[in-house]
Design a protein around this ligand. Structure first.
Ligand code: 0O2
Length: 216
């Protein structure tokens, strides 16, 4: 039992190290960006390590038996970092700055901003692999980075709470209300983006470009 606990601790520690590496990269970008341009594209940085319980629940949902190997293969969001930006253009800017770092490997991109989920969820997700250097040598650790605007984040936190409060069986009228609120949040993002561009004398984009390789 003790051995299993130690092994579990070591297994999850790698994800924590990976998460810290990615957080440090983002903190450096935020700091250097503010010094160079007197402007900060990152409003807030957060992180969380998925609990053993929710990893096992997610595997059960996928119909996979829980072993260290199956977790490592099937669950790519044990380490999660969330970046909140003021403007949609900053979301893509932070994404570009992060994924262009040569020691990171992009495993998967899901652009729920260009292509929102049916419930209205918007966010840009990228799974990156970051090298973590341990006594046994280098290990590639997957970290899920979610980048979104404050309006998208506000909506997603409320939706998440409602989803769990109703144990995933959310009443239809609440679902409709949430989808409507997502539309309002998206309109607010577009207006704020346009104001931001006017203030900084930037031309309006024809369309905000989704990143290359984004899943549609
Ligand atoms: P939690 O509690 O936040 O950790 P895949 O990894 O491709 O097999 P998955 O994990 O559904 O499938 O991928 P996806 O769509 O990229 O979602 C990963 C995470 O994005 C979720 O993790 C949520 O954090 C967030 N997310 C996705 N869809 C929604 C949504 O409709 N509403 C909200 N509020 N968040 C969403 P978890 O593990 O589901 O949850």
């Amino acid at each position: 039992m003790r051995r299993l606990r130690d092994e579990t601790d070591r297994f999850f520690a790698r994800y924590r190290y990976g998460m810290e590496e990615v957080l440090t990269k983002l903190e450096i970008l935020r700091d250097e960006f503010s010094r160079t341009f007197d402007y900060n594209p990152i409003e807030h940085l957060g992180s969380r390590l998925k609990s053993v319980d929710s990893v096992v629940t997610k595997l059960e949902r996928k119909g996979i038996e829980a072993t260290f190997e199956s977790i490592a293969t099937a669950i790519t969001d044990i380490a999660g970092v969330r970046v909140t930006c003021s403007f949609i253009s900053d979301v893509y800017r932070v994404f570009d700055l992060l994924v262009s770092q040569p020691d990171l490997t992009v495993r998967k991109v899901k652009d729920y901003i260009a292509d929102p989920k049916p419930n209205g969820y918007q966010s840009l997700h990228v799974i990156v692999e970051v090298p973590v250097f341990l006594s046994t040598g280098p290990h590639q650790v997957p970290v899920e980075v979610q980048i979104r605007t404050s309006a998208m984040d506000f909506w997603a936190s409320l939706e998440h709470k409602i989803y769990y409060k109703y144990d995933r069986q959310v009443p239809a009228e609440l679902l409709d209300g949430l989808t409507e609120a997502a539309r309002t949040a998206s309109e607010l993002d577009e207006r704020m983006e346009s104001l931001h561009r006017s203030v900084h004398g930037m031309p309006a984009p024809l369309a905000l470009e989704p990143p290359i390789g984004a899943a549609r």
